[in-house]
Design a protein around this ligand. Structure first.
Ligand code: E4P
Length: 219
């Protein structure tokens, strides 16, 4: 499973990259605003900075336009910023047309704001490179977010769609583990969810004992 980090924070992206397990980055307009990145040119520069950290990974850059023509011109400009840019497009009628347009041109896309299997099926038919079902936001409204990942996995496997399932809105380590069990191709989550995978109290206790025993024998 590929690990993407869901942030526009450069320090956190560097930390995940230094860990050696990072395969890409997802951002969205809210994450950009959280880092205080505003204005068209600053946002574009920030995407380039992110791409320069994650040299081998896909970096999703989201369009703001909601009409087909606007998505196409904005997406083409984003795609030209760096070879790692994936154009992130919302699941709307114009968004589906834009996915098809970019797919025909060989430009990678990530269809965002996926909340149903039908939306994921449409995005795959339009040639999306990734679909982003939002696991956490479905859980937030008492709906089974991981169940949606399983449903999409079954549908894509039935028809051998190439579209990768990018489990998004991942909030904690159990989301990551369950996505891996189901067979999501990618997960994107915060650094805290990724580093939480490291932790087990028995590892800490065991290491402490090994070091104490070593110190006894070598003092
Ligand atoms: C996906 O690409 C989104 O950026 C993200 O995963 C949304 O997560 P949230 O529901 O925690 O805001």
């Amino acid at each position: 499973m590929k690990f993407f980090i869901d942030t526009a924070n450069l320090d956190q992206i560097k930390e995940a990259q230094d860990l050696g397990i990072l395969d890409g980055v997802t951002t969205n307009p809210s994450l950009m605003a959280k880092e205080g990145i505003t204005g068209h040119e600053n946002i574009k520069q920030h995407y380039v900075d992110i791409c320069n950290i994650t040299v081998n990974g896909d970096v999703s850059a989201e369009v703001i336009a909601t009409d087909f023509e606007g998505m196409v011109s904005e997406g083409e400009a984003l795609a030209q910023l760096h070879p790692n840019i994936v154009v992130k497009i919302p699941m709307t009628k114009d968004g589906v047309k834009a996915l098809k347009y970019f797919s025909d041109k060989g430009i990678k896309t990530n269809c965002t704001l996926i909340f149903s299997a039908g939306q994921a099926l449409l995005a795959a038919k339009a040639g999306a490179s990734y679909v982003s079902p939002f696991v956490g936001r479905l859980d937030d409204i008492s709906t089974d977010g991981l169940g949606l990942i399983a449903q999409i996995r079954l549908i894509y496997d039935n028809y051998l769609y190439d579209t990768e399932i990018l489990a998004a809105s991942v909030r904690h380590p159990m989301h990551i583990i369950e996505c891996a069990e189901i067979g999501a191709d990618v997960m994107t989550g915060p650094l805290s969810a990724i580093t939480a995978l490291l932790k087990h109290p028995l590892t800490d206790i065991g290491l402490e004992k090994f070091l104490a025993d070593y110190a006894k024998g070598n003092s």
